[in-house]
Design a protein around this ligand. Structure first.
Ligand code: PMP
Length: 595
């Protein structure tokens, strides 16, 4: 039996302390009609700074908690916000363990911040290593729990290995241990269906940590979240510093939650880039294993981790050397980057050992390499949160090539839809399309495949009404992404045409010149195609022509409507591909010198 009151281990001095109370807490009225002269703030904001930033934050970041509650299905009263998860980890140790006496348990190799904060709080650290596939042995863990063990830290997915723990293992820990089981889900947004948040009601000792630093892209804002029982959170609320989350950070976090379509697009993109990177790394020299990962990084076992690490640093690439950590001999941890960054990594990796590189001159050096603390580069053996200070050669910044990259992300939000489109005109036909209308997705995929562009589209629309807004707003957003990606159009071929033959026939002509016009000669036999009113296809191309400022002429014939519209999308994509070609002239393709 585990005690349901998890606050029974709260140290005496914490129980005795009274919480800090600000005048704002004592006066929780409508802020707009009140004159605040209580907190020694400046009574106005400097004019270049956001209005209201002169005031201390609303103490309880209520708006953020309410948004999270609606999305995560956890009551706002069971949500705690902090200055990054790091602060929350530290706070948990201050609130629920007796310094100088108690201990925590970790499962290495794991995020080093747990031990780091334990040291700062004068707590012991019991280490129970993960097995060779980075799994927790629950029986062994429970057997090692002593009378002074107050909290277990489970990293899920695990940093640095990237794997999830089995839910049954976590449940065994929750049922067999009487302290707090802290499940750190910093990377869970890359595999959200695996979150243990649904266990929260059942297990009073469960604390789930999440963060805006990873999939939400807000590492610089420092926003961490804890989900736990009200009892546990009451202690943390009492002990935390007032205003621990800044106004701007709380607002940015709400903004990130509101960017739901782009968030989906981004996490799916990172998963795609991760899959590509796994495939490529498996073909790299020195690679012994790329461990399966559910997060935005990969643990890669190599035959010469320290040598590779130094080689990559000398090429301006910083990865994380995990060699020397439990179960991580020869390992590097690599964060999934953009397609260009990943390519740069792979190119540099391939050059390892080439004549003229330091490692080629100086091999074998493995005896020295077995101790990462001997590495010449700062950053080796440091904690997670302090990036290495390796002396880097100036890394080539992105977009330094002769021609500017032709890509753009456009988004559009209205009462009916929320759309985000990313297009890369020099891509490799990658597509990730989700509009909620299967047939429409299939049509948009044709644009990527036959247009040889990367196209990512997430539309969250009012499909319960009808598909009209979803299709129209997707077209408008796609058009503006295309227009922006085209940039100044120098060297652009501008014109395109295509006439693929199926059992249907479709001819599409395009002029990317800058004027909007649609010619549509495409009669359909049935009122609907693929569940979409046939008239909406004309509307799609009309909206696209308007927002991309291009001429589109479509002519199609044939008996089968499905084939006909598919042929139209393919022909459009082929024509677009032709028009997107760049020549070496660098001139504007217009008889009038501009368009
Ligand atoms: N937990 C894990 C497992 C992490 O890897 C990290 C950062 N590397 C954190 C927590 C810290 O998150 P935050 O930025 O919210 O402090």
């Amino acid at each position: 039996m585990t005690p349901s009151d998890k606050t029974c281990f709260v140290p005496e001095h914490i129980l005795r302390m009274s919480p800090y109370s600000s005048a704002r807490d004592e006066f929780p009225g409508e802020r707009d009609h009140i004159t605040f002269m209580d907190a020694n703030e400046l009574p106005y904001s400097l004019h270049r700074l956001p209005a209201g930033i002169n005031r201390y934050p609303q103490s309880h970041t209520q708006r953020l908690k309410e948004r999270l509650a609606a999305i995560k299905g956890v009551p706002a009263g069971r949500i705690f916000t902090g200055n990054g998860s790091d602060e929350i980890i530290d706070l948990l140790m201050r609130c629920f363990a007796q310094h100088g006496e108690d201990e925590i348990m970790v499962f290495p190799p794991v995020f080093s911040m747990y031990s780091n904060r334990a040291q700062a709080n004068n707590l012991g650290v019991v280490e129970v290593p993960l097995d060779e596939r980075f799994r927790i042995d629950a029986a062994q863990a429970l057997a090692r729990c002593g009378s002074k063990t107050r909290m277990l830290f489970v990293c899920h997915p695990n940093n640095p290995s990237g794997n999830l723990q089995d839910e049954q293992t976590i449940i065994r820990l929750l049922e067999g241990f009487d302290g707090l089981v802290i499940v750190d889900e910093a990377y869970i947004d890359f595999c959200p269906q695996k979150s243990v948040l649904p266990l929260l009601d059942q297990y009073p000792g469960l604390v789930v940590l999440q963060t805006f630093s990873k999939a939400f892209g807000l590492a610089g804002a420092r926003v961490g979240i804890a989900y736990a029982s009200e009892q546990i959170l009451a202690v943390m609320e009492k002990v935390r510093c007032p205003y621990n989350l800044s106004t701007s950070s709380a607002e940015l976090a709400v903004e990130a939650l509101n960017s739901h379509a782009e968030f989906r697009l981004s996490t799916e993109r990172i998963r795609h880039l991760r899959r590509q990177l796994v495939t490529a790394l498996n073909d790299m020299p020195l690679v012994e294993e790329v461990y399966p990962s559910e997060a935005n990084f990969l643990l890669v076992k190599t035959t010469d981790g320290p040598g590779l690490y130094r080689h990559l640093v000398s090429h301006g690439l910083v990865v994380r050397l995990r060699h020397g950590r439990s179960g991580c001999d020869g390992c590097l941890r690599i964060t999934v980057g953009t397609a260009e960054e990943n390519q740069r990594l792979l190119d540099a990796w391939r050059r390892y050992g080439e004549p003229g590189t330091p490692e080629a001159e100086n091999r074998p050096a493995r005896a020295r390499e077995s101790d990462p603390s001997e590495g010449r580069f700062a950053g080796v053996g440091q904690t997670e949160s302090s990036p290495g200070e390796a002396q880097l050669p100036a890394a080539k910044s992105q977009g330094q090539a002769d021609v500017p990259p032709r890509r753009h992300t456009a988004s559009r939000s209205s009462l009916e839809t929320s759309v985000v489109v990313h297009i890369n005109l020099d891509g490799a036909a990658y597509s990730n399309i989700s509009t909620g209308i299967g047939f429409f997705d299939h049509m948009l995929e044709q644009i990527a495949r036959h247009g040889a562009v990367d196209l990512e589209v997430i539309t969250e629309g009012d499909l319960h009404t009808d598909p009209h807004h979803t299709i129209e707003d997707t077209a408008i957003t796609l058009g503006s992404a295309l227009l922006e990606a085209l940039g100044d159009k120098r060297g652009l071929e501008r014109y395109g045409f295509a006439l693929p033959m199926d059992d249907s026939r479709a001819m599409v002509l395009i002029d990317l010149g800058g004027r909007s016009h649609l010619e549509w000669d495409c009669p359909f036999n049935a009122p609907q195609i693929g569940g979409i009113p046939a008239s909406l296809f004309r509307h799609f191309f009309g909206s696209l022509a308007a927002s991309a400022r291009c001429n589109i002429h479509v002519q199609a014939s044939g008996d089968d409507d499905h084939h006909k519209i598919e042929a139209v999308f393919k022909a459009f994509a082929r024509a677009l591909r032709m028009a997107l070609q760049r020549n070496q002239s660098g001139i504007l393709p217009s008889t009038k010198g501009m368009f």
